[in-house]
Design a binder for this molecule. Structure first.
Ligand code: FE
Ligand code: FE
Ligand code: ZN
Length: 273
């Protein structure tokens, strides 16, 4: 079955059990959580996750491998000044994931800020190597970025360079449809885009796809997600990606805005199927 779900909040009092139940209500078969607030490194004790109850009731309905975890935004693995903090934090985050059995950690490659772009990229490569050395099992998917501000990881060429340098079988790619569109790639021409991915040997590394429409025209480099079918990409191209044979093993995750204070993931998942 197609693996599709959305970003779901992971919160008190039911944590894992709550997140799974909300996903099932949306007819999702996968989900993505942050193990704490996306903008914070504060984390609750693992004992609170309700892991036993999840295993007992839901483990066979949504398997742990299909619970994607997104690293918090504050981690910038490309910033040399914050590298030590980021590595330590992500190593612990991966330990929390191993406790659950979650497999994919989505990580933003970071921003080069005041540093040279090349220095930031080498820092990212070094961070990834050190994280892999100190952890096991969990795979990291670095996300394709819109190129807002000084973000790195905007082009396939740059992502290829990073993957090639790290050369670790636990390093994958998370394709974000809004970001890649904003970065200037015309995903409406899907065959050509897939050829481009293959040219860089990256297609096979796409394990997670963030399915979002974009509030902006192609190349805008803004990173503002829109609801499915309401933006500049549109429903049909997104539906094609979700149902493409080429991406049949990737986990599809929606990160679309809430409407009038509530998520509409249930409707959007239905639209995309
Ligand atoms: Fe992201
Ligand atoms: Fe994303
Ligand atoms: Zn985004």
């Amino acid at each position: 079955m197609k693996k599709i779900g959305s970003h779901i909040s992971f919160k008190a009092p039911n944590y894992l059990v709550g997140a799974i139940e909300e996903s099932l209500k949306n007819k999702a078969t996968a989900l993505m959580i942050y193990l704490g607030a996306p903008q914070s490194s504060r984390r609750v004790d693992k004992e609170k996750y309700k892991l036993d109850e999840y295993i007992e009731k839901y483990k066979n309905i949504i398997v742990p491998e299909d619970i994607v975890v997104h690293a918090p935004y504050i981690t910038n693995p490309a910033n040399p000044e914050k590298q030590e903090f980021t590595i330590d934090f992500l190593v612990q985050e991966i330990e929390r994931m191993n406790y659950i059995g979650a497999k994919h950690l989505v990580l933003h490659p970071g921003a080069h800020t005041k540093f040279e772009r090349s220095h930031a990229i080498e820092t990212l490569i070094d961070s990834l190597n050190k994280i892999f050395e100190r952890t096991s099992n969990v795979e990291i998917s670095i996300e394709t970025m819109a190129g807002k501000g000084t973000e790195i990881g905007k082009t396939l060429k740059e992502l290829k360079y990073i993957v090639e340098k790290v050369k670790n079988p636990r390093l994958n790619i998370c394709l974000d449809t809004c970001h890649i569109w904003d970065a200037g790639y015309d995903i409406k021409k899907l065959d050509e885009f897939i050829d481009e991915l293959k040219k860089y040997d990256l297609k096979k590394l796409i394990k997670v796809i963030h399915v979002n429409d974009s509030k902006n025209p192609i190349g805008a480099a803004k990173d503002r997600h829109e609801n499915i079918g309401k933006g500049f990409i549109g429903l049909d191209p997104l539906k094609k990606i979700v149902n493409s044979k080429e991406f049949e093993d990737a986990i599809m995750i929606l990160e679309t805005p809430w409407v009038n204070g509530t998520p509409i993931y249930d409707k959007e998942i239905e639209m995309l199927k």
